[in-house]
Design a protein around this ligand. Structure first.
Ligand code: SAH
Length: 346
């Protein structure tokens, strides 16, 4: 018999599912707590549910979950997890400890269809969308691991493998679970969806969940952006920036523009000035990411002085700018270095 997987389904879906057996709504919240707070996978342990309900669940449902097949730890404390999915595909997540924060960078697709020229994930091609259960399992695994050290996940960023906005139904369910007070209970401010700029879905998701958005811009001109990111032919800069301006924001919040700096390609002061013009008057801050090297791409990282010069131009134009610190490069866990290097087995 095909058991219904309770991991990854949304709270309203779970309520509806239980209503079919005449069970009250609050039963769904209790189940949520067992699954995401106490990490139970055995219905017998759920002692605050009636014996009858436990019996029904045990005979027709399951709670999926998988541990990391491999854990690598960087000299800077960053951890990379390789997960083997039930069909043998592999995805990676990265846990980044930083002072009080514990940020998990998660994947939403096995591989990626977008083929950005500087990113290792696209080089391995697109395998498939991840299910909401698989997306959320990355957080379940990290949360359990952290609990052993008396810590909790504080932030989640959809900046791992894949384009989250090409997998909106499952990404949206996963976000609902991360934000739910009966699930992970993480504030929307601390959950960031990073996109290459899939314009219609940016606005759909923003209306559905109060999460933070980061948009990979990477070039201030269409010709260069199309060269680096083929998706720009479908959603050109003007439309992407217009969508960034339309994302509803709470007071004091901004949309992040990510900009990978590639030596000699997009890192001149003129590029910085053009970038600042795009964002004039918008509630946008810039996150500069010096390129992280990998074999699948011909680019090089800019010198530290070039990064500072680029940043100074933006700051002089009144744009809040931070340079992303490189983390986990020794275990190939830095931005753009994730690939299913584990490969499919067999
Ligand atoms: N598909 C989504 C999320 C994954 S990428 C997106 O495009 O936003 C996460 C970030 O890493 C993006 O901003 C991307 O531009 C950046 N990135 C990709 N490859 C990189 C590399 N080799 N060095 C530095 N940053 C890279």
């Amino acid at each position: 018999m095909n058991r219904t997987d309770l991991k990854g389904i949304s709270l309203p879906e779970l309520e509806e599912f239980l209503a079919r057996w005449g069970k009250e709504r609050y039963r769904a919240r209790q189940l949520f707590r067992w699954i995401y707070r106490r990490h139970a996978d055995d219905f017998d342990a759920m002692t605050d549910l009636s014996k009858e309900l436990r019996g029904i669940l045990a005979s027709s449902c399951r709670i999926s979950g998988f541990p990391a097949e491999r854990v690598e730890t960087s000299a800077d404390g960053t951890e990379k997890y390789l997960f083997r999915l039930e069909d043998g595909e592999a995805v990676e997540s990265v846990l980044i400890p930083d002072e009080g924060r514990r940020t998990l960078c998660i994947s939403s697709q096995a591989g990626c269809p977008l083929q950005c020229g500087f990113c290792a994930t696209g080089a391995s091609g697109f395998l498939r969308n991840m299910t909401s259960a698989e997306i959320v399992q990355q957080a379940c695994f990290a949360e359990r691991r952290l609990a052993g050290r008396g810590e909790r996940l504080s932030n989640v960023v959809f900046m791992g493998m894949g384009e989250p906005l090409l997998n909106v139904p499952d990404v949206s369910r996963a976000i609902g679970i991360l934000l739910s007070q009966f699930g992970f209970g993480i504030s929307g401010k601390r959950v960031t969806v990073s996109t290459a700029g899939i314009v219609p879905e940016m606005l759909t998701l923003a209306q559905r969940h109060p999460v933070s958005f980061a948009v990979s811009i990477n070039a201030a001109r269409d010709d260069l952006r199309s060269l680096l990111m083929p998706v720009n032919r479908k959603y050109p800069l003007k439309e992407v920036v217009a969508a960034m301006r339309r994302i509803p924001l709470q007071s004091g919040r901004k949309v992040t523009a990510e900009y990978v700096l590639l030596a000699g390609v997009n890192d001149s002061p003129g590029d910085a000035l053009a970038l600042s013009r795009l964002f004039r008057g918008a509630r946008i801050k810039v996150n500069l990411i010096p390129y992280n090297a990998h074999e699948a791409s011909p680019y090089r990282a800019p010198a530290a002085g070039t990064v500072d010069r680029f940043r100074n131009v933006l700051v002089a134009e009144g744009i809040q700018t931070i340079t992303r610190e490189r983390r986990g490069a020794d275990i190939r866990a830095a931005c753009g270095q994730l690939s299913a290097a584990g490969g499919k087995r067999g």
